[in-house]
Each structure stands twice: as structure tokens, then as C-alpha cells.
Design a protein around this ligand. Structure first.
Ligand code: NAP
Length: 373
């Protein structure tokens, strides 16, 4: 087993994000005589798995050639049940492949017997060592999928662009961008890896963002969390076909009807504002496996306070820092919630990295790291 082939399989797996959600991103490589000869990935939800695609790719490239002396490297344990597609274990067993190297166990209990089935049928099956860098990268890429199956909750990334004194916006809320273009580009790349982006009503109005997703055909959603639906109908996002509103119960029925007739999804809370539990349940029902929360301050406060009650409500923190101070007491802080008043009750990041841009820098940290089984 060579870790470099898992690196190739991993790079391919990433190409499936976000089209495969709520399935996991998976990549597979076929190796002959120490050389990777074919690689592929799971491309879209409900469509062929990575193992099927890589075998088909091989047959196209090398018609009539047997797979019997090939090794397969795959980033996730092959499935062993009939779902939207045939069990991959059947395909692998019928292919003649002798060695299969697997990076990560399947978090979905229904499929977590794949390796056993292959072994019982005489295949040589080995798992990647968990203390390797490549295992860690694959595990990180599978975090939303693992959380989804372990906890039936979407994976939450809280993102903000702030000054060194933790300010999100000037007091008049007209500042719009704190960080420079290269940092913002990095943020939109990471947004693209999520199934939905969420902002609050004031950000929707004041920033009038487009919150674009790169994948035109994806099912990714743009969500606005609002107390009511009182805003101008000229805002940019209202032209989007991906827009979803989660609104408090004081929203006028007329506005709900109008926005619904325009093709937007509108979910009205039973109470004045959405509770975290109700919001997360609704997101789960919409099959949103990962969500990128882009503020503003009250929305961050809402998520952070919910996280203080339940550690599963925020997983990742992505903070882009501009190297200056606002220095103004009236300016808007990163999170306007209840927060903590006693430092012994803070919840710390389990790990983080720092990345520098041309002027700004970013902290990418994890509150939760969901394990392989
Ligand atoms: N630098 C950055 O990264 C960044 C990112 C985004 C925004 N911003 C800035 O942040 C400022 C806006 O922040 P903000 O705090 O004023 O507003 P906001 O967080 O964008 O939006 C607040 C809205 O969300 C509603 N809301 C919050 N929790 C809710 C819940 N559980 N259910 C239903 N509705 C809920 C609020 O209702 P209530 O009024 O009832 O609480 C209010 O309507 C703007 O200046 C924007 O430019 C900066």
C-alpha cells in the first residue's frame, strides 16, 4: 500500500463536492505495477459511485484487458447494499481485483460492512493508517458526511471577515468588505464546498450580496434568516432561484405568498424567531448537509449562543483578519449574542491553522472533529 495513490484518489474525490451531497465525496484509483493507470470519483448524488466509474474508465481505456492483477485504492469503504446504485462490493468481487486499499470506514451504518464482505469473499483488504497526513485530509473532507450520519445534523462553518479588534462592520453598517480580494476569493472557494450559505436580514439588505455558487447546476441554497419579510423587492438575491427564507412568525402572510409565488422557499417559524433546534431540523429535512454562515453579527450571535448550549451547533470557525483596528465602540462586533461572561465556560477550538494572504490572514479552526469508526 502506497499513500501517494490515496493522495490521487483524494484529489479526485474533491471534484464531487458539492454535487454528491448528501452522499460523501469519494475518489478511486486503479494501480498496476506500481503505477496509477486510472482515477475517477463519485460525480453526482444518486449516480455511479467512484468504484464503478474507475472500473468503467479502465474498460474504456483498456478494452478487453482483465483487472485481475490490479489494486484499487478508494477513499471510503465500498458500499455493500443496494441503494440508488448496485452494491460496489459485488462489482469489485466480480471484477477480479485482488487487493483493495481503503482510507476511511463508512459512517453510514447501512454500508459499514463493505470491507467485511470483501474480506469474507477472499479479497485482500487493508485500511490506511490513521496517523498519516493523507488520512487526516480525507477525514476532514468527510466531516459533514460523518456528522450527518452520527448526529442527523448539518455541519456548520461560521465565517467572518473582521478587524484585529474583532469588528465586522462600521457603526453605520455601510462598510461592506473588511478584507481584500484574495482573502474573499478564498472564502468563496470554501463557501462553494458547502450545500448552503446563510446570512441575516440586515446583511441581506445592507450588503445586498449575490453569494454566488460556482456550480450552476448544483442544488446549493442561499438562506436568509429574518425576523420579518420587510425589505425591498430590488435586492440582488431575489433574482436567485436558490433562495430560501427562514422567517419569524410575525412575517405578513401577504409577503410569504408573494415571495413563494416568485419561486422562493419560505419557512415560517412557530415562534417569533427560529430556535436553533427548529432551524437545524428544517435544514436536515431539506437534506442540507453543510452550511456556511456568513453573518452578520446577530446571526453569528444566534449560532454561537446555540453552540454554547449544544456543541454540535458550530463545527468550524473561519475568521479572515484585516491587519488594522476599528477602534470604535459603536462599530459592530463579530457576534452580538449573549455569549459567555465567565471564561471558565468558553469552548476552545480543538485545532486550527493560520494562512496568510497578500495583506490579510485567516484562522481556520475546528470545534468538532468527527472520527472514523
Ligand atoms: N465582515 C463580515 O464578514 C460581515 C459579514 C456579514 C455581515 N456583515 C455586516 O454585519 C452587519 C449586519 O449585522 P446585523 O447583526 O445587524 O444583522 P444580521 O445578523 O445580518 O441580521 C439580523 C437579522 O437576522 C434575524 N435573526 C437572527 N436570528 C434569528 C432567528 N433565530 N430567527 C429569525 N431571525 C433571526 C434578526 O432578527 P432580530 O432583529 O429579531 O434579531 C434580523 O432580522 C452589516 O453591516 C454587514 O455589512 C459583515
Amino acid at each position: 500500500m502506497k499513500n501517494k495513490f490515496f493522495e490521487i484518489a483524494f484529489m479526485h474525490s474533491l471534484k464531487g463536492i458539492p454535487m454528491v451531497a448528501p452522499n460523501p465525496p469519494v475518489g478511486a484509483v486503479l494501480v498496476k505495477d506500481g503505477k496509477a493507470i486510472c482515477a475517477s470519483h463519485h460525480k453526482a448524488y444518486g449516480k455511479a459511485h467512484a468504484e464503478v466509474n474507475v472500473i468503467q474508465e479502465f474498460k474504456k481505456k483498456f478494452p478487453g484487458i482483465s483487472l485481475s492483477d490490479l489494486d484499487m485504492y478508494v477513499t471510503l469503504e465500498p458500499c455493500c447494499t443496494q441503494g440508488k446504485t448496485e452494491p460496489c462490493t459485488d462489482l469489485i468481487l466480480n471484477s477480479g481485483i485482488n487487493n483493495i486499499y481503503i482510507a476511511h470506514k463508512d459512517a453510514n451504518n447501512v454500508n459499514s460492512r463493505g470491507a467485511k464482505v470483501l474480506m469474507q469473499n477472499g479479497l485482500n483488504v487493508k485500511f490506511l493508517e490513521k496517523n498519516t497526513d493523507i488520512f487526516k485530509k480525507i477525514n476532514l473532507s468527510l466531516q459533514p458526511f460523518i456528522k450527518w450520519h452520527l448526529h442527523k445534523l448539518p455541519y456548520v462553518t461560521l465565517k467572518a471577515g473582521i478587524t484585529l479588534d474583532g469588528k465586522l462592520a462600521t457603526a453605520d453598517k455601510k462598510s461592506k468588505w473588511i478584507t481584500q480580494e484574495d482573502a474573499r476569493l478564498n472564502s468563496s472557494k470554501i463557501r462553494n464546498l458547502h450545500d448552503a450559505v446563510l446570512i441575516g436580514k440586515t446583511t441581506f439588505i445592507e450588503d445586498n450580496p449575490s453569494l454566488k455558487f460556482k456550480n450552476i447546476n448544483s442544488q446549493q441554497k442561499q438562506i436568509v434568516l429574518c425576523d420579518d419579510l420587510n425589505f425591498s423587492d430590488d435586492l440582488k438575491l431575489l433574482k436567485s432561484k436558490r433562495l430560501v427564507f427562514f422567517v419569524g412568525n410575525k412575517a405578513s402572510g401577504k409577503r410569504v405568498l408573494k415571495l413563494s409565488n416568485l419561486g422562493h422557499e419560505v419557512y415560517v417559524s412557530k415562534s417569533e424567531l427560529f430556535s436553533a433546534e427548529a432551524l437545524f431540523k428544517a435544514l436536515y429535512d431539506l437534506k442540507i448537509q453543510s452550511i456556511f454562515v456568513e453573518g452578520g453579527a446577530r446571526v453569528h450571535g444566534f449560532f454561537y449562543d446555540s453552540f454554547l448550549q449544544n456543541s454540535l451547533f458550530v463545527d468550524r470557525l473561519l475568521i479572515y483578519y484585516a491587519p488594522f483596528l476599528m477602534g470604535n465602540n459603536e462599530s459592530v462586533s463579530i457576534a452580538q449574542g449573549t455569549g459567555v461572561s465567565d471564561l471558565s465556560t468558553v469552548k476552545k477550538l480543538k485545532e486550527y491553522t493560520l494562512k496568510a494572504f497578500s495583506r490579510d490572514f485567516c484562522l481556520d479552526g475546528y470545534f468538532n472533529l468527527y472520527p472514523d469508526k
